[in-house]
Design a protein around this ligand. Sequence first.
Ligand SMILES: [Mg+2]
Length: 299
Amino acid sequence: MRRTAVVWVFIYQQKTYNINIKDEPDTVKTVCDISFRKDITMIGAIAGDIIGSVYEWNNIKTKEFELFSARCFFTDDTVLTVALAYSILTGTPYVDNLKKFYRFYPDSGYGGGFHRWAKSVNSKPYNSWGNGAAMRISPVGYAYDDLDTVLQKAAEFTEITHNHPEGIKGGQATAAAIFLARKGKSKDEIKDFIETEFQYDLSRHVDEIRPFYKFNESSQETVPQAIRAFIDSNGFEDAIRTAVSLGGDTDTLACITGGIAQAFYGGVPDPVANKVYEILDKRLGKITREFMKEFCEGI
Ligand SMILES: [Mg+2]
């Protein structure tokens, strides 16, 4: 894990966004064009969350399943990912937006620690090593243009709640994998970097992991498995199917895998992206589109 002090310059030009998140999701006007690019950001993570949502409590150890069923829904992974995208877009504090989005979507499957934190007045981090850090971090991998800044921002956004070393490590490793994939690094290069910098063991193929993998909400037992699911995939959809096939916390596994897979494979297939937007409400869809319009260029 790279935790050295980093001097960085925030060159992103702040803009004013027409995003009124107080609007009711069903009544707010859409301000962005609904035009899809193949290299859009963050949809991969959200797609993974939505596709994995129905298998968290009903694990299937196979890659053969209906990709989007009528029971699919977005969960806390999506809500907190979009809250982070909103913070980056607007320059408003993530601590405030985490609580704001929690109030918008109070029943999205948060862990007990996050529920308590979101309702707290003092907002002190609760030393979590949960996989919630990695599930929400994908916008960082897309928004910043050098590795040191990605690692620094990943740590900053994570330690608001998940200030345990394993929580920070999970957030940084996920953001770094997305960044490296986005920059055209090979799977071997990404694997080597993650193993060297974060000491995750990525040596086992998913076929070796799958038979023994069980539900585990820790960062250290979710992030390496999700990265390995990406390594063993042959395309975006296959990456999501591979993550879900491991079982366990499927929405979060597939969310982490999906963020990396999108960056590596150069996008999310249009049918998947279109379905994601059907399932997101207008508020989440609007912020997601604004984020991708800002950060998709040149990826
Ligand atoms: Mg979830």
